[in-house]
Design a protein around this ligand. Structure first.
Ligand code: 3HC
Length: 297
């Protein structure tokens, strides 16, 4: 059976990190029954706490009513069990850690449990879906569906087909993105990093090089990007938002693929990664944050 957006009622999001939890919230707000699965109970609790506080702010600011928020939370469940929500899911979005072996294990499990019509999408920005699709017996129903951070706010979703992805899978995924209030950008061919992150990566590399060569402080480089170029946030603030570990794994994956030492994560990023200073989610990265992710300095 070919996938169709009209058949989607139940969505499963795998991974309750910053991306997975907000993608889940978007689905529930759009009226879908939604399960968020994570192996870590603490991640599930943290996700619920943060989503509740984010939604409370949106109610306070008159962006949404309390009734709409309550109804969305009633459609959501948070669980450590993968099998039962997968067996009911009409669409799956995987947003687990950026590690190929973890994703392949998840897709192998989903491939045997999810109904036949179900599209299995990965939110990965660097691991193209052809590297995961063969872990399932449905490579035509596997693609990348890449959201941007913060997923509740950023309006773009990249939909990337692998050589075996069917047209129905691309159309279903793009239409789902529209129904979640996003603008899909469709990539006809796989390329690691896709469109937006390749452009962003060039900016980040230059910012890190300026900092590591002691040309300016990271705070001032952020000011230049905000005040001179009109970016909503500077590259170091953005690294803290998206996660220093995410950037680190992206470069490690690129290095493992190319073998080119130039592709390795930068020295300052490796140091922060090794110290566990991962950005907003760990309370400290380039800047320091409170429990709600607000910048302290
Ligand atoms: N989660 C959800 N919503 C958030 C948020 C977060 N972490 N941060 C901010 N918002 C929302 C809130 O509604 C907030 O209003 P509120 O605090 O009054 O409720 C509203 O955005 C405005 O936020 P702020 O006033 O704190 O700050 P800004 O006006 O600067 O907006 C921003 C914040 C939307 C994050 C903006 O700075 C921005 O667009 N930054 C660039 C983000 C970006 O480039 N994202 C792409 C990253 S690359 C990526 O994701 C790829 C992946 O593969 C890693």
């Amino acid at each position: 059976m070919e996938p169709s957006v009209e058949d989607i009622n139940n969505i499963l999001v795998v991974g309750a990190g910053a991306m997975g939890s907000q993608i889940g919230m978007l689905c529930a707000l759009a009226g879908y029954n939604l399960s968020v699965q994570d192996i870590d109970e603490n991640m599930l609790e943290k996700a619920q706490r943060q989503l509740k506080s984010r939604m409370a702010r949106n109610v306070e600011k008159g962006r949404i009513t309390q009734e709409e928020v309550d109804a969305a939370f009633e459609r959501m469940s948070f669980t450590t069990d993968l099998e039962s929500p997968a067996s009911r899911a009409d669409f799956v979005i995987e947003a687990a850690v950026e590690k190929l072996d973890v994703k392949r294990d998840i897709f192998a499990a989903l491939g045997t449990t999810a109904p036949e019509h179900t599209v299995l999408a990965t939110n990965s920005s660097t691991i193209v879906s052809s590297r995961i699709a063969d872990a399932t017996s449905r490579p035509d129903r596997v693609c990348n569906m890449h959201f941007f951070n913060p997923a509740l706010v950023m309006k773009c979703v990249e939909v990337v087909r692998n050589p075996e992805t069917s047209d129905a899978t691309v159309e279903t995924t793009a239409e789902l993105a529209r129904r979640l209030g996003k603008h899909p950008v469709i990539l006809n061919k796989e390329i690691s990093g896709f469109v937006a992150n390749r452009i962003l990566g060039a900016l980040m590399d230059e910012a890190i090089s300026l900092y590591e060569n002691d040309i300016a402080s990271f705070e001032d480089i952020d000011v230049a990007c905000r005040m001179a170029l009109g970016h909503p946030m500077g590259p170091f603030e953005l690294m803290d938002l998206t996660g220093i570990d995410v950037g680190y794994y992206v470069r490690m994956a690129r290095y493992q693929e190319s073998g080119d030492p130039e592709d390795r994560p930068a020295k300052s990023i490796t140091e922060k990664f090794e110290k566990g200073e991962l950005g907003r989610k760990s309370g400290r990265g380039w800047y320091t944050y409170d429990e709600e992710g607000r910048k302290l300095r």
